[in-house]
Write a protein that binds this ligand. Structure first.
Ligand code: UDH
Ligand code: MN
Length: 344
């Protein structure tokens, strides 16, 4: 009996140990296949390709409205794992709109939203435009993948000035801001020349606590800031910042001055323009000559002098225009507007 009892004890202990092992492996198996395990993986450990596969485009009655997307989704990481840094740009003369649409199947009506995480900001890109179709094509070709790698919820708006009256970049951008807000309560606005293509996707198209100037350098100026205080080309302002300065002046017809005027408005509000590092905020400007209908504005100095006096009543709150059409092809919202003509 003495011999048997110690052997039996050993056997019984072995049985309990085996049972414990079995329980542990069942638990581990359940955890492996539950959604929580997948969700708790850091985003950066999911491959780029897998992220791209899970992206979807959303129509205007998007995920947020009709709850198509399963919730909750985690906020996108501070730094997107999809960024590539310096980019190789290409300007193929044979590129067509169909090609660019084919490359961006997940963009619908100019809009995109990542489905694997909640974008940190919703951003409207506003492009003033008239008769620069080739430049627009090159910009769309580069900008859509660039913005998707930044994991933004965004939409691209092209604001077309109808007719052949002198061009007014600033007023078109005011119109873009007002019209885009009818679609969605965008957090951030990027005011974007059609011919400037960003060279590095670390140049983030998001808004800061201060107005942000994104073009420190461009190929055509030897990658140097054009002049101290320059605030043109591509700028980012939050919905509130732009509202606070009453937007752009509507009074600048022709080339020049409207960006300096916006800079003055920002300074009058005691805001401070910030810029990303020069090595990142680099652009290629597609070569072009001065457009007819956008001659140098000879009144710009005079107008700049009166900015502190008139800014409160010349801007978003006095921007009168007529929307002629709103089209929504796959890659952008196409607004055609009659913005009137210079007073004289
Ligand atoms: N724009 C148009 N159509 C026009 C005029 C202007 O779409 O007819 C828009 C477009 O978004 C453009 C922006 O307004 O990028 C600014 O105009 P711009 O590109 O003509 O201004 P920039 O300062 O050039 O680049 C000024 C004249 C260049 C002369 C070059 C001679 N060396
Ligand atoms: Mn230009």
């Amino acid at each position: 009996m003495g011999v048997c009892s110690s052997a039996c004890k050993m056997l019984r202990r072995g049985k309990y140990f085996f049972l414990l092992l079995l329980c542990l492996s069942v638990l581990a198996w359940i955890a492996m296949f539950s959604g929580d395990f997948v969700k708790s993986l850091p985003v950066s450990s999911v491959t780029t390709q897998a992220l791209a596969m899970r992206d979807t485009a959303h129509s205007w009655t998007s995920a947020k409205d009709n709850m198509i997307t399963p919730t909750p989704i985690q906020a996108c990481p501070q730094k997107s794992p999809l960024l590539q840094g310096a980019l190789k740009l290409n300007f193929e003369p044979t590129l067509t709109l169909k090609d660019v649409e084919g490359e961006n199947k997940r963009v619908a009506e100019g809009q995109f939203e990542p489905s694997y995480c909640t974008a940190r900001q919703s951003v409207a890109i506003l492009i003033p435009h008239r008769s620069r179709e080739r430049h627009l094509l090159y910009l769309l070709h580069h900008l859509h993948p660039f913005l998707q790698r930044q994991q933004l919820h965004y939409a691209v708006y092209v604001i077309q000035q109808a007719g052949d009256v002198t061009f007014n970049r600033a007023k078109l951008l005011n119109v873009g801001y007002l019209e885009a807000l009818k679609d969605y309560n965008w957090d951030c606005f990027i005011f974007h020349d059609v011919d400037l293509v960003p060279e590095n996707d670390h140049n983030l198209y998001i808004c800061d606590t201060q107005p942000k100037h994104l073009v420190v350098g461009r190929n055509s100026t030897g990658y140097k800031l054009r002049y101290k205080g320059y605030f043109g080309g591509v700028t980012a302002m939050s919905r509130e910042q732009f509202h606070q300065v009453n937007g752009f002046s509507n009074a600048y017809w022709g080339w020049g001055g409207e960006d300096d005027d916006l800079c003055k408005r920002v300074e009058l509000q005691k805001m401070k323009i910030v810029r990303p590092p020069a090595g990142i905020a680099r652009y290629t400007m597609v070569f072009h000559k001065r457009d007819s209908g956008n001659e140098i504005n000879k009144d710009s100095m005079k107008l700049l002098g009166r900015t502190p006096v008139v800014w409160k009543k010349d801007g978003l709150n006095s921007c009168s225009y007529k929307t002629l059409s709103v089209e929504r092809p796959p890659l952008y919202v196409n607004l055609t507007v009659d913005i009137g003509k210079p007073q004289s």
